[in-house]
Design a protein around this ligand. Structure first.
Ligand code: PXP
Length: 239
């Protein structure tokens, strides 16, 4: 049965919009776990635009399921991860000017660098996932760099405007999932997934975990965090 990991970044985005201390992503993470989420995700960005160091530290102390820290593959973040010790790290590309993570990591472009980052994180006892576009060559590269898991970027799929486009883009996600699974890599998927477009993943049981943030936080504003997480869990568990 597929798992749901809830990304709490955008609870912190609402907090930062006012520059005060509520709503607290740490409390949201606790509620998500009480509702049945399998894991909690947060992205500590270089500019700390939503999640900050205090959040990460408290999440590490309080998350009972599994804490996945998204981060850029840079020295500062490798140092923080090695000391905070999330259960796993997801390496993502990061640009200051982007609104959200825009594309997958180009692992092929810097294999030596990523291999070294994976080695340092493994030494700290942390599993490593690569967030990549649905491209079999990137899957190969992630394997070559000794990643444990790949998270397939579903942003392109979720932005499809027509059924035909959605089918084609989903096909690419499916092929990348098959490639990863045949190499014994764990397979996750995320970005832009919502209560509607997740349903197509019924055709892809190879995906073991979904990483979902914005649509859950958007639903939570209207119906509450507990209900928003439970609704998504019902969908994910039925895939
Ligand atoms: N996976 C990764 C690697 C991400 O960077 C994000 C966005 O923070 C997500 C999943 C979740 O995307 P969304 O907020 O669109 O559900």
């Amino acid at each position: 049965m597929a798992k749901l990991a809830v990304n709490v970044d955008h609870v912190a985005t609402v907090r930062e919009a006012r520059g005060i201390d509520v709503p607290d992503p740490v409390l949201a993470a606790g509620l998500a776990e009480l509702a049945g989420a399998d894991g909690i995700i947060c992205h500590l960005r270089e500019d700390r635009r939503h999640i900050n160091d205090r959040d990460l530290r408290l999440l590490r102390e309080t998350v009972k399921t599994r804490l996945n820290m998204e981060m850029a593959a840079v020295d500062e973040m490798v140092g923080i991860a090695s000391s905070v010790k999330p259960d796993m790290v997801t390496l993502v590309p990061e640009k200051r000017e982007e609104l959200t993570t825009e594309g997958g990591l180009d692992v092929m472009a810097r294999p030596d660098h990523y291999r070294e980052v994976v080695e340092r994180l493994h030494q700290a006892g942390i599993k490593v996932s690569f967030f990549i576009d649905p491209d079999p060559e990137q899957v190969d590269a992630a394997r070559g760099c000794r990643g444990d898991i790949i998270e397939i970027h579903t942003g392109h799929y979720s932005e499809a405007q027509t059924e035909d486009e959605a089918k084609k883009r989903f096909g690419r996600v499916a092929r990348a999932a098959q490639a990863a699974s045949s190499m014994d890599l764990g397979v996750s998927a995320g970005h832009g997934l919502n209560y509607m477009n997740i349903k197509r993943f019924e055709a892809l049981p190879l995906v073991e975990e979904y990483s979902i943030g914005h649509s859950i936080v958007a639903m939570a504003v209207l119906v509450g965090f507990d209900q928003a997480v439970r609704k998504m869990i019902d969908l994910v568990k039925s895939l």
